[in-house]
Write a new protein. Structure first.
Length: 271
């Protein structure tokens, strides 16, 4: 039986992701203005990014004022209910800035430190991914309606299609490029989509055999990690660790361990 609290959290997350996605999709100005910068001039924060986070946090506060919040654009409150929302209002900011379709709204809810609900809306693909811990993962899209998500059958590593991402700090991504160069001969191929949330959902949907990245924050990972796991993928960080800033890996069960081992051997977790 589904926990009534988790049902409520899922409903709120879906509504918030839908409304924020519509705001971002329909409100994107032609002369998209830059409100601030992040770690480098390449990694921009737009006015729309900030507006989407305000919309999401406002809706959450309306329904659950005692919950905590952690948002990419600065929203942070401890709360008193044992529930914390982890929000990336616009994952794939550079894609959004350039008019590329691979960007998403990512919203997760944690209960006592464990992610129990995750929703990722990808407006330009007409897709919304959702998962509840222990309840599987599903996607709704404009073409096929709603369906259950299952990751791909296990492939040999040399037949695996794997996605990754690159940091916006030049020295870090130079090292990441070196790791990718060493991996490419051992895989079917590598992709670089530009949104961790979308890549994790693509693992869940069977469009990728694996994904890895260094330097992710909790808001990049929380919803997509749960969705991938509930679709049957394995996720983790360095061997024996949870996914985090050093390394995040998600893959089909047969690809996960050899991919993780190679990333450890290649030093994917450090400069």
């Amino acid at each position: 039986m589904t926990d009534p609290l988790h049902t409520e959290l899922l409903r709120i997350a879906e509504e918030a992701a839908r409304r924020a996605g519509e705001l971002l999709r329909d409100g994107r100005p032609a002369d998209l203005a830059v409100a601030a910068t992040k770690s480098s001039p390449i990694d921009v924060v737009t006015e729309m990014d900030i507006a989407a986070e305000k919309l999401i946090t406002g809706l959450i506060a309306e329904h659950r004022p005692d919950d905590g919040v952690l948002g990419e654009e600065g929203a942070a409150s401890a709360g008193s209910s044992g529930v914390r929302w982890v929000i990336d209002p616009l994952d794939g900011t550079v894609n959004y800035l350039y008019g590329l379709p691979t960007w998403a709204v990512s919203i997760a809810a944690e209960q006592d430190g464990e992610t129990v609900v995750g929703v990722v809306a990808i407006p330009m693909r007409g897709e919304t991914y959702r998962a509840v811990r222990g309840g599987g993962a599903r996607v709704t899209d404009a073409r096929d309606g709603e369906r259950t998500l299952t990751c791909r059958p296990t492939a040999p590593l040399d037949q695996a299609l794997v996605s990754t991402g690159f940091n916006y700090v030049t020295e870090v991504r130079t090292h990441q490029a070196d790791v990718a160069q060493r991996l490419i001969p051992l895989l079917r191929d590598i992709r670089r989509g530009g949104s961790a949330a979308v890549d994790l959902c693509d693992v869940a949907a069977g469009r990728l055999d694996g994904y890895y990245e260094r330097g992710l924050h909790p808001w990049d990972l929380a919803a997509g990690d749960l969705i991938a796991r509930e679709a049957g993928a394995l996720t983790g960080g360095r061997p024996g660790e949870r996914p985090g800033r050093d390394l995040a890996v998600a893959a089909t069960p047969g690809v996960f361990e050899p991919l993780q081992r190679l990333l450890e051997d290649f030093g994917a977790w450090h400069d």
